[in-house]
Every structure is written in structure tokens, then in C-alpha cells.
Design a protein. Sequence first.
Length: 263
Amino acid sequence: MPAPSSAAGLASSCAWGSERTGSLRIATNVTPGGPSRGAISALGALRALSALGEPSVARWLLNWGAMKTKQVEELVLQSLEHEQGGVKVYSTALTCVVNDQLKKEWATYLEQTRTHVTALESVCEAMGIDAKRETPGRLVVRHVGGALVEAMKLAKSGGDPAAAELVACEVVVLAETKDHADWELLGKCAEHLSGPQAKALKSAYEEIEDQEDEHLYHTKGWCRELWLQSLGMKAMLPPPEEQKHVKTAIGAARAEQEADRSR
Ligand SMILES: [Fe+2]
Ligand SMILES: [Fe+2]
């Protein structure tokens, strides 16, 4: 690769979308004995960018050198697909729910999930990712989401509303487990990046992370308590996770422990 003649040239040769093989070209140009003719060392490129008064671009490239761009893109696309599937999951779960308070809770989560879809579409735009691009991993996410919706429809066709509600609860917990994990990973990616791409990802993460905590921990509580109720045991409805506005795994564990002590 010929040495880029300017910071912009170097940036464009390394920018997201120009290199799909997983590692950045700037990293592959590091030559043990110094840069060969027609190549530029990573360190040299960063020095050149700094000298050109573009330290933020240099920092951005340095961070990219340590991250696998293709896999970050895969995570963003899987997350988007999962949020799109989440809209279908909540729409179907709402046809199975019996408890009025849970119905209200899931109606809120459905609206929030819709905003998560648009937030990730904006992230794709900021990062130069085609939001409609298919990947094998994305197809798997879509397949799992479709299976979860089918499972709820199957449960509903059984004619036992309470049983269908339990299935819907379990489905939401499964779906929210990946949703929560996706956003945790997206938050870590944002921490390790800089530049406008990181800014877009970080602001989406900061807006959404609390909602994802609630979706997962509160629904897990609902699932446990509704199951206990169905077994004829003392149940706490709404669950303690919701009453205490739990937003962390430790908080959820404490809420469950306290509930168990009071039974
Ligand atoms: Fe979400
Ligand atoms: Fe969620």
C-alpha cells in the first residue's frame, strides 16, 4: 500500500468500511525492522497525524488498532437485529399477559425497545455501517427471535392463559438476557473508542443501559414470582425487584434473598 500523503488519506484508508478483514491496515503495516519502502509504520503514522494537528484522529486510529472492527460491526448489527426482534417479542408477549401490572410494564418496555431500534440505526449511521447488511450471526439472531415468538403463540394456543403468561415471561427473560449482554458489550466498545463514532455509541449506551437493567432484572422477578404463584406458594407481586427499582445484578440478588426470607 502506498504511504498516504496526508492525514485524511491515512484516515480514509483505515476508516470503518474500507477494511472488512478484521484488523486495521495501519496495524499490519508495522515492519519489525522499520517501515519498508512504500509502507508506513503505525507509530510513524500516529506521529504524522499528531504533527498535522490531528491528535484525536491519531488516538482514534490507535484505539482501532487494538480492536477488531469487523467484530464490532457484527455486535452492532446483531444488537440491532435483536432489538427489532424484541419489538415482535413484546408485541406477542402482550397478547399472553394476564397480570395488569405486568401488562403495563411490558407496554412501557415495548415502547422503549422501539427507541432502542432507532438509537442503533443512528449508531450505524454514525459508524458508517449499513444497518440492513446481513451477516450469518444476524440471521441466527433473527431465527432465535422468530422461534421465541412462535413459542409464545404455541403456548397461547394451548388454551391456558396462566401457562401462556409464564411462557411469555420466560421468553422475555431469554430475550432480555441477550439484549442486556449486547448493551454491556456496546458500552465496553464505546469506552475503548474515541472520535465521533465512539460519541454516538456512548450517548446511546448512557441513555439505554438503565432501561436494559430494568427489563432483565424486573422481568426475572416477575417470572420467578408468577411461577411460585402457579405452584401454590407465597408469591410477591409485583416482585421485589420492581418495588425496589433494582438496576443491578447485586440489587436483584438482594431483593430475591429478602423475598425468600419473608416467605
Ligand atoms: Fe433493548
Ligand atoms: Fe431490553
